[in-house]
Design a protein. Structure first.
Length: 357
């Protein structure tokens, strides 16, 4: 099997790279603001962006000047761009996760850049009062100094049971989790299930359990009537999504006692073309007609709706009851999470953030 020896070579390469960064033999650039990285060891679906949004809200509520920076995965552009929603197909320009962050927090600066150091400098030129820069998916971006590294671990796909790319899903060896200052154990839709975290606690770093919580239903069109989450109970739905773990979306809907008649899934970050959207709308109408369900809902994720925002493909659904489920990450023990986060950020929030590069 070719993947196994390639994974071994990949592991040697990434181990050497980490060794050189640990010894400061590779250059690490420092921004004149505090930098917090949110990332993971595995590819896709761990909950990096949901936790990043939770952290931004937590900091913003404390009056901290915070900004969001990612590389803009899946975008059709290059270089530094600050996200503006006043453009056609913003997800194509900035990437769906950056658009999602801007839609969630219009007042927070959001930008994309492959080079996070230069992107951070550009953001600071535009927003000189910026105190904390939050990197979405930045755990492996070691050329930029971070004041805090937060690692997200998927409770159902733990790295200790995985292998390095391309044989498995690990971006770097398991021992790299020791670099983290805080570990978030994402239990997704099962907050009450006591999954083991002993192997994480051996790193001597705080571990917080988080889970997903659906709170809002967002209509795709202004003319659609508002719906409450309670009104979804026992309703029939046709669902679609393009995320790394579509089963997670399905589990969320089922936990809300929604009858999902069909789930259409696409690759993560996949932008629907007009033709694909029209085909999806036809399949929805066919299920609605054959099942004789005049109130059949069309449901998707908030990330998918962000990808459709101001897109020509959205017009295919203009006469359909399209809604997106907005999901938040929440700590199992809010007081414990508040205490640990407050302690970790204490030095950042009490000292002058202006520093020389």
């Amino acid at each position: 099997m070719v993947a196994f020896p390639v994974a071994l070579l990949y592991g040697i390469g990434i181990t050497l790279r980490n060794f050189l960064y640990d010894r400061r033999w590779l250059p690490v650039h420092r921004l004149p603001c505090y930098v917090v990285s949110v990332g993971n060891l595995s590819v896709g679906g761990s909950g990096k962006t949901p936790f990043t949004l939770y952290l931004i809200q937590w900091l913003h509520q404390k009056g901290i000047k915070v900004a969001y920076l990612s590389r803009g995965y899946g975008r059709k552009t290059r270089g530094f761009l600050e996200v503006s929603l006043n453009t056609l197909e913003p997800a194509q320009k900035y990437g769906d996760e950056a658009v999602l962050a801007k839609l969630r927090f219009p007042e927070v600066p959001v930008a994309v850049a492959e080079d996070r150091f230069r992107g951070g400098l550009e953001l600071l030129q535009r927003h000189p009062d910026l105190q904390i820069l939050v990197l979405d998916d930045g755990f492996q971006h070691r050329s930029l100094h971070r004041d805090l590294d937060i690692l997200i671990v998927d409770a159902f796909l733990p790295p200790k049971q995985d292998w390095l790319l391309p044989f498995g899903r690990l971006r770097e060896p398991l021992r790299s989790y020791r670099r983290a200052d805080l570990i978030i154990f994402n239990q997704k839709n099962t907050p009450s299930r006591k999954l083991r975290t002993g192997w994480l606690r051996r790193a001597g770093k705080p571990v917080l359990r988080f889970h997903y919580e659906a709170r809002e239903l967002i209509s795709a069109f202004a003319e659609l009537p508002n719906l409450t989450l309670d009104s979804l109970r026992y309703k029939n739905a046709f669902a679609f999504c393009g995320i790394a773990t579509p089963q997670s979306f399905l589990d969320t809907l089922r936990a809300m006692q929604v009858y999902v008649l069909h789930l259409e899934s696409y690759p993560d970050h996949r932008a629907l073309s007009v033709r694909e959207a029209e085909s999806l709308a036809r399949r929805y109408r066919r299920v609605k007609r054959l099942r004789n369900l005049p109130e059949l809902l069309l449901l998707t994720t908030e990330k998918d709706l962000a990808r459709l925002y101001d897109s020509p493909a959205l017009s295919a659904f203009s006469d359909l009851p399209l809604y997106a489920l907005r999901i938040y990450m929440q700590p199992d023990e809010p007081e414990q999470a508040h205490t640990i986060l407050s302690n970790l950020f204490a030095s950042l929030l009490t000292h002058d953030h202006t520093r020389s590069i």
